[in-house]
Design a protein around this ligand. Structure first.
Ligand code: NAD
Ligand code: DAU
Length: 354
């Protein structure tokens, strides 16, 4: 009989977390999946409508920093694995209001680690604390061919990336100090369905749909390395099951794009899908003041996860972005709910004070 796992997924109502929850709930019916999410502006249970009734799935609304709640969850559900995604994730918000990033990303992670250490102290066998992190901890690359490897020294440059770097260090400190079995992955920029329209790709799609300006920071020359979100979820699945405790794995799609090229690409794709005149959406492109401390380039060397665990992405950027645009065109209600905030009123009332 297949061995069961009782997995606490944090941040499972967010963009990447919802894809991880769906993958695990459907692929592993014999696992118990507990999704702990505070339902901040970024958390949306509409992302999980298709799995919410599954017998192996439970949702708990709450804060990863809540010591009593997290302790109760470990005790009640006999958690064997943590897949930790809950975070404040948007760089621009971290520039405006850094403190919540420190509270959630650093102190929240510390609380999860402490609780895992307490509950797993007698038996580390079969346990794993998996921290889902970002390539932004490595800093910024020059234009050229250099890429981030797992050995690149940390050089975070925004409050967001500094908070994620700090949480990565904390996770590894629990491995070195207490031998808590941990694993960390650092992934490049994700895109795909359910992406909150404050991030570049869904913002552009939403603004094109509503004929609003397309704000490009600075000259649009900055480079990001894009990965389809379902490929990231599969990588997380691979690392959880085959990764080695104490290790770090970089995840990326070898898919570097300048921001301005992506914006042009989306404009042309949407003009063609919506039957608009050529160039109609590109006229909305508006250059705006640059992001303070804007990292120039990210690029991930993902050879370790490929060579050691056999993971490679399935989607090319062309297939992934086409699927993504189709998803937004077919889910205008989702988009309308997240831009109006309606999704929060409904679900928050439903899940408050369990
Ligand atoms: P997101 O902002 O879409 O989702 C974050 C989720 O965490 C939301 O559901 C939110 O409600 C929840 N959350 C926030 N604070 C919480 C708290 N105190 N307690 C419980 N839940 C809380 O983020 P995302 O883009 O899905 O990113 C998920 C993780 O992956 C983050 O840790 C992020 O750093 C990392 N990551 C993201 C990307 C990317 O491109 N989006 C790339 C690499 C790594
Ligand atoms: O690299 C992984 C990281 O990718 C994750 O850890 C973060 O959680 C995620 O938000 C993302 O960070 P970025 O800052 O790279 O993503 P964002 O979509 O905010 O911006 C992508 C690029 O587009 C960046 O160079 C800034 C630029 N940009 C962004 C927005 C929102 C614009 O030019 N205009 C915009 O309106």
């Amino acid at each position: 009989m297949a061995k069961t796992k009782k997995i606490l997924i944090t941040g499972g109502a967010g963009f990447i977390g919802s894809h991880v929850v769906r993958l695990f709930v459907t692929k592993y019916p014999h696992y118990h999946i507990v999704n702990l999410d505070l339902l901040t502006y970024a958390g949306n249970l509409e992302n999980l409508k298709d799995v919410e009734g599954s017998p192996n799935y439970i949702f708990i609304k709450g804060d990863i920093g809540d010591e009593v709640l997290v302790d109760d969850i470990f005790a009640k559900y006999q958690i064997t694995n943590v897949v930790h995604l809950a975070a404040e994730s948007h760089v621009d918000r971290s520039i405006k209001d850094p403190l919540i990033f420190l509270k959630t990303n650093i102190l929240g992670t510390a609380n999860l680690l402490q609780t895992a250490k307490k509950h797993w102290a007698n038996e580390y066998e079969g346990k794993l604390f998996y921290h889902v992190s970002t390539d932004e901890v490595y800093g910024s690359l020059d234009m050229g061919s250099e890429m981030f490897t797992e050995l690149t020294p940390y050089d975070p440059r925004s409050p967001y990336s500094a908070s994620k770097a700090s949480s990565d260090h904390l996770v590894r400190s629990f491995w070195h100090t207490y031998h808590l079995p941990v694993v960390v992955s650092n992934c490049s920029n994700n895109y795909g369905p359910n992406h909150f329209p404050e991030k570049l790709i869904p913002l552009m799609i939403n603004n094109i749909l509503h004929k609003k300006p397309l704000p490009v920071y600075g000259k649009g020359e900055n480079v990001r390395d894009w990965l389809y979100v379902e490929d990231h979820a599969r990588a997380i699945d691979t690392i959880l099951h085959q990764g080695k405790a104490g290790e770090t794995y970089n995840i990326g799609g070898h898919n570097e794009w300048k921001n301005i090229d992506i914006v042009h690409f989306i404009c042309q794709l949407m003009d063609s899908k919506l039957g608009k005149n050529e160039g109609e959406s590109e006229r909305l492109i508006t250059y705006v003041t640059d992001r303070p401390g804007h990292d120039l380039r990210y690029a991930i060397d993902a050879s370790k996860i490929k060579n050691e665990l056999g993971w490679i992405p399935k989607e090319t950027f062309e297939t992934g972005i086409s699927k993504t645009v189709d998803w937004y065109l077919n889910n205008k209600e989702w988009l309308q709910h997240v831009t109006s905030g309606a999704y929060q009123d409904y679900y928050s009332k439903m899940y408050d004070h369990q």
